[in-house]
Write a protein that binds this ligand. Structure first.
Ligand SMILES: [Zn+2]
Length: 300
């Protein structure tokens, strides 16, 4: 198999190339543009299989966590290859495992934020001056979108409580991380995912972040009964721990909104260990660690 997705730091244009090449090589893989970022970059979804319901996997909500989009794209490449060749992935016979199942992958939720983390001022375009002021020249740790809104604080689930907490912690406006915006769903990147979840029937979602080797599965009273069990299955595959978020990690997130809105399971999976952005050198090991977990998530 000639690899399309490479284990290195992949920026927006590289990611877009991968998506186009994957769809060209595997005609059963469908790409859709589900929205545009603040700076007009395309937000892609890859749809595999047809079913009355889908599992949604999404990555790179946070700029400094761009490694997660490479993980999901590599997973899709390996899954497509296995499907096309009647092969297996993570020990599962792919055509049999995917029979009647379907997944949607959004590999790069926050393309503008990732460009800032990867390319510094050059990645910020016409927003370079504002970003420089906000991040004090620490571009690599940038997590927000280009307007300084943290996408994972912008969803409509406990947003007001989170907003109050942000203010208490001195986060009063656009910032490199943890500012939830002026109102829920104020950002086009957030709206792209919200619209996608209303367009398709989604069985459950997994949002990929880095780092910590932790799986979050709980959000308030609407968390379905089977969520913890599903999280345990993923934890036993990857060796990751189950955790319950505290203070500024509570509410406003994609998985929180999904659980709250649809009453179905949602997970946040923090991959890898170390300081963000994680070194792309760990990708082969990291991928090995999480492939089976992603596959389980896709077929549960
Ligand atoms: Zn994150």
């Amino acid at each position: 198999m000639d690899d399309i997705v490479n284990f290195r730091t992949n920026d927006y244009s590289q990611t877009k190339q991968y998506i186009l090449k994957l769809c060209e090589k595997y005609p059963f893989l469908e790409k859709q543009i589900i929205g545009k970022s603040c700076m007009g970059r395309d937000i892609y979804a890859l749809k595999l299989g047809r079913s009355y319901e889908y599992v949604l996997l999404a990555a790179a909500f946070h700029g400094s966590e761009h490694i997660t989009s490479t993980l999901l794209l590599k997973f899709m490449e390996n899954l497509c290859y296995a499907l096309a060749n009647c092969g297996s992935i993570a020990g599962f016979n792919a055509p049999r495992a995917m029979y009647g199942r379907a997944v949607i992958v959004v590999p790069l939720v926050n393309p503008d934020g990732c460009e800032v983390s990867i390319h510094s001022a050059a990645g910020a375009g016409y927003m370079a001056q504002k970003i420089a002021r906000l991040c004090k020249n620490d571009y690599a740790h940038w997590n927000a979108n280009i307007r300084g809104v943290d996408i994972n604080h912008n969803f409509d689930a406990g947003w007001s409580e989170l907003h109050a907490l942000e203010q208490k912690n001195g986060i009063l406006g656009p910032a490199p991380t943890r500012y939830g915006g002026v109102k829920p769903h104020s950002e086009p990147e957030t709206v792209a995912l919200v619209d996608l979840c209303h367009k398709y029937r989604i069985r459950h979602v997994a949002a990929f972040h880095s780092q910590g080797e932790v799986i979050y599965w709980n959000y308030g009273s609407k968390t379905p009964k089977n969520s913890e069990k599903m999280a345990q299955i993923m934890a036993s595959s990857s060796g990751y721990a189950l955790d319950v978020p505290t203070s500024l990690a509570t509410g406003g997130g994609f998985k929180d909104w999904f659980i709250h809105t649809f009453n179905r399971p949602g997970f946040t999976i923090e991959v890898g260990k170390g300081e963000n952005p994680l070194d792309p050198k760990i990708l082969p090991e990291l991928y090995k660690q999480v492939e089976e977990m992603i596959m389980l998530c896709a077929i549960m």
